[in-house]
Every structure is written in C-alpha cells, then in structure tokens.
Design a protein around this ligand. Structure first.
Ligand code: BG6
Length: 484
C-alpha cells in the first residue's frame, strides 16, 4: 500500500452492514498488517449520539467469537478498536460533516505531511435514499486536502436504485459530484474466491477454450439458495424482492464472467468492457420463462404487508444473443427459505454424438463450480465401472479447496474488496454503464411484478421452491444425472 495517512470513514456505523461486514473486514485487514496503526484511522459516522467507547463496545462482539477467542485475538481486537473514533451527525446537514472533516484533518496533520497523506475512503453503509445528500456533504466538506496529495473514494452498496430510471437518476446525481474512478460500486459476489477464479479458469486453461460455446454447452445454471427466510429484514426485503436482492446483481455478475469474451488485458476497463457487451446482448426475458415463488409464512412478518406480491424465489431463463451463446439457456435461480444453503454454477455439456455406451441415460458431462459453502470445482465424467464388465458409470474429477489448499484461509469477499478500494483497483467493481445494462434487462419484468401482473406461487419453507421451477429447468434442457 502507498505511504501516508489513510482515513477510512464508515457512514452508517451502527447499522447492520457496518457491524456484520464492514468493520469485521477492516479488522481482518488490520490483523494481516494491511492497516498500519501509524497510518490508519477509522471513523464511524452515524446519527446516534454515542461515544467512541460505546461504538467500540457495540462492535467488539462482531469481530471475534467471544467463546473461542484467544488472548492474542483479544489483544488484536483491543488494538484495532483503538483506531476507531466516532462522530455523530445527520446525513444532510453540513454541521456533522464539517466536524468529521475536522477530525480527519487533525489525524492527517498528526500523522505526517508526506505526499499522499490525505487518503480518504468513505464507505456508505447506508440506504441508497441518502446517497445523494451524503455524497453532496462529502464533496462540499470532506474532500482530501489537495496540498497533501492523496485521494477521496466513495464506496456504495446495492440496492443501487429500484429500476432503470431510479438507478440512472442516482447515477447522475452522484456522477455530478464524483468521477467514475472515485466511485466504487460494491457487489460482494465479485469478491468471492471462486468468482474471481472464473477469469483464470476460462482464460488460462487451454482445455476449456474450444469447449466454452454453443457447440458444446447445452445449458448453464447459476443458482443461489438460502435455508433461511427474511427474518428480521422483511421490511427491507419486501420493497425489493429476490430479483433485486440477488439476481440483478450477484447472479448477473457471475453470468457475465461465465459468458464474456476474453478481455484484452486484466485492466479493469478491459474486463468491464467485455462484461457490458454480454449484458447488452441479453434478450428480453419472456413471461413464460420465469417462475416466481413466495414461501408460506413470509407474510407473517409484521413488517411485511398482508397482500405482499414480493417474490422470495425466482427462476428464469436468460438468453444471450451472440455468436458464442445463441440458443444456450442461462438459468438464473435464487430463493430464500429453501432446503439448503448453496451457491453454484453448473455448466452442462451436450450429449456425445453417436454414443455407443448409452451414456445419455446416466447423465451428461457437467462442470460444477461451487461458490459456497465449501468452495469446490468438479467435473462429472463417464468412466468405465471398475470390474470385469464393460459398464459405464458417472464419476467426478474433484477439486475441493478444503482438501487441496489445507491451511489456506480464503479471504472474506468484503475484506478483499475493501483492500481493492484502498489500492485503487476497480476491476471487481461495477461500472456505471454495467449497472445501467443490468437494470435494462430486469426492469420490464420487475415492473410487471410490482404492478401485480405476475404473481408468485406459494412454496413450503425448507422445500426446493415451486415445482414449476423444476419444470422450467427441464424445458431449458437440463438433464439430471442418475443417482444425484
Ligand atoms: C446480500 C443479500 O446481498 O447477499 C442477502 O441482500 C443475502 O439477502 C446475501 O442473504 C447473501 O450473501 P452470501 O455472501 O451469504 O451469499
């Protein structure tokens, strides 16, 4: 990392995201030596009137597990918390932000005055409704001191808008205050180990190059399941639904990396150029290629309206209109309150032409990339069943990360992405035109759901979702492997 003083300002410091994700990620970076106490200062900012010590107390329990904490853990926590100061103020008045700027500036002067001493990272762990006013405040009162060099960067979270129009409005408002290289739109799926591995897998392995296309691949599934409902966040969730919460961002980003052409280089702009092209090639989603679901009991949450039409499950086929993918269905599926927690990509290959073994009956070649839990990649193959007879059986070539990389800790997505923002690497962040293209794909469908024209089917919590989703999968051509 560059030298000089670094201030990380977490706005919305007492909220859920900050406590559960942002501060723990900062703590992990601190423990690994990326945030040096003599350079870094962390500021929490929120409306609640509490002291530095009270904020530290609130965060402590999220940093390490109380029961399993070693003396070293506790010492690290104490040292980390000492770096944190708290400033309270509103999100739309100058007073609080002037105070914040004063605190940051004092720290910068104290630390030293070398070139690059005014590096300021603002992390907006806030609802998007306050982004414009907060960005305005930062722009007016809290920019880095140019005489000390450095930079100002702003990190924003999803939901970035509710549809194409609102997202574009938000983008323009923020775009008037900050340039694109200063804006980091986080999609934490881009920080997951196996998502980052997709580029390497596709473009550093000769064996995949000739196979990765419509001639060989029959269908692709990108699936997200959770085995818990919207407990505690029904009020938030009900305004967005599963498509805005998971599919329009997380799963679509994964689709881009699976489907994009080889970028000219690893430069962020080259990668994002290719992702945008994929998004712009996606055809309008057809009503009969969408299944929506809502789990029984979802509306029992007092914060969810009794007549809510919000889907907690959705499965749909996306079709990419280009030379590589014409005719290959990409099935995106996400659901809450299902039978298991899992996120995976399944690339299913076509049947072997002129098959002499009757392989088709047992199943096709399938390449599975499990993002979580237990990161893994495995390839389903047909092999001769060991023994005297010439029988075939489905087996796997299996790369399970826990076994293969024993002792290696896989970094949390947020940890990696925050480090990228400090380093100024936008490769794993969503560019404005990418966001726009993503909303263009889903906005017509979302409006039809919001207007009540499309209705979710009920499903039992703990199930696989509505049966109609399995029928859609079959229609898309997916073939189940025997015995799986
Ligand atoms: C968030 C969604 O973006 O991702 C949540 O808002 C969801 O609803 C979460 O639970 C899932 O993230 P992960 O990393 O646990 O798969």
């Amino acid at each position: 990392l560059e030298n000089g003083s670094l201030s990380i300002i977490v706005l919305g410091a007492s909220g859920d995201l900050a406590k559960k994700k942002t501060f723990p990620a900062l703590f992990n970076l601190f423990r690994q030596g990326f945030l040096q106490p003599n350079e870094v200062h962390i500021f929490g900012y929120a409306r609640t009137k509490i002291t530095d010590e009270e904020l530290r107390d609130r965060l402590r329990g999220y940093l390490v597990n109380d029961k399993g904490a070693s003396p070293k853990d506790l010492e690290d926590v104490a040292n980390f918390l000492q770096l944190i100061k708290y400033v309270s103020g509103s999100y739309d008045s100058g007073e609080g932000f002037q105070l914040l700027d004063k605190e940051i500036s004092e720290h910068e002067v104290l630390k030293n005055s070398t070139e690059g001493s005014s590096r300021r990272l603002f992390y907006l762990a806030l609802p998007p409704s306050v982004y414009p006013s907060v960005c305005k405040m930062i722009r007016h009162f809290c920019m880095n001191k140019t005489d000390l060099g450095g930079w100002t960067r702003v990190v924003v979270e999803k939901p970035f808008g509710k549809d194409l129009q609102s997202a574009e409005e938000l983008s323009s408002q923020i775009g008037e205050l900050f340039d694109e290289p200063q804006i980091y739109r986080i999609d934490h799926y881009l920080g997951k180990e196996l998502v980052q591995n997709l580029l390497v897998l596709r473009f550093a392995n000769r064996m995949f190059l000739p196979l990765w296309n419509r001639d060989n691949i029959d269908n692709v599934q990108i699936v997200f399941r959770e085995d818990f409902g919207t407990e505690g966040r029904g009020g938030y969730f009900d305004q967005y639904g599963i498509i805005r919460d998971i599919i329009q961002n997380h799963l679509l980003q994964v689709l881009c990396l699976v489907a994009m052409e080889k970028p000219v280089s690893l430069k962020p702009e080259h990668i994002r150029d290719e992702k945008v092209k994929v998004l712009q090639s996606v055809l309008p989603i057809k009503d009969d290629e969408v299944v929506l679901g809502q789990y029984d009991g979802y509306k029992d949450d007092p914060t969810v309206p009794d007549l809510s039409n919000t889907p907690t499950f959705a499965s749909m086929i996306l079709r990419i209109h280009n030379e590589r993918w014409e005719g290959v269905p990409f099935i995106l599926k996400a659901g809450k309150a299902l039978s298991s927690r899992k996120a995976e990509i399944r690339v299913q290959f076509k049947d072997v032409p002129g098959d002499i073994f009757k392989c088709k009956k047992q199943g096709r070649n399938e390449f599975v990339i499990r993002l979580q839990p237990s990161e893994a990649m495995y390839m389903k193959l047909t092999v001769k069943q060991p023994g005297l007879d010439m029988l075939t059986v489905q087996s796997e070539l299996d790369l399970s990360y826990r076994q293969r990389y024993q002792g290696v800790t896989i970094p949390e997505a947020y940890e990696r992405l925050i480090l990228d923002t400090i380093r100024g690497d936008q490769q794993h962040f969503v560019r404005r035109d990418e966001l726009k293209a993503a909303w263009e794909i889903f906005t017509p469908l979302l409006h039809r759901i919001d207007d009540g024209e499309l209705k979710p089917l009920p499903y039992k919590p703990g199930s696989r979702g509505p049966d109609a989703a399995d029928e859609l999968l079959e229609k898309a051509g997916y073939v189940q492997t025997l015995g799986y």
